[in-house]
Design a protein around this ligand. Structure first.
Ligand SMILES: [Zn+2]
Length: 95
């Protein structure tokens, strides 16, 4: 998982693309495909931000859920690996 600055990404997206209803269907498809490719590039190039929150997972015996010490929300433990970041609040999790 990689944390990104969603506000900065939205600003970039809003400043780059405008669509018109009068364009032909094929042209719209080309524009749509190009916009999707540009969005993917923007997401890949978005600056990674470091979470300032730090937390730990807690588990209950016999449960497949881990609880984040920061947001108190549960995440399903897949039995193979633990998350480095809480998918709910983005906190970095200590081992
Ligand atoms: Zn959390």
């Amino acid at each position: 998982m990689r944390l990104i600055d969603a506000d900065a990404l939205i600003e970039q997206i809003n400043g780059r693309h405008t669509f018109t209803k009068s364009a032909q269907e094929e042209l719209e498809k080309i524009i749509y495909n190009k916009a999707c490719a540009d969005l993917i590039t923007l997401i890949k190039n978005a600056p990674t931000v470091e979470s300032k929150r730090r937390g730990r997972w807690s588990t209950r015996k016999g449960s497949l859920e881990m609880t984040c010490s920061c947001c108190k929300k549960n995440t399903i433990y897949d039995g193979r690996s633990s998350y480095d970041f809480c998918p709910n609040c983005g906190a970095y999790m200590y081992d």
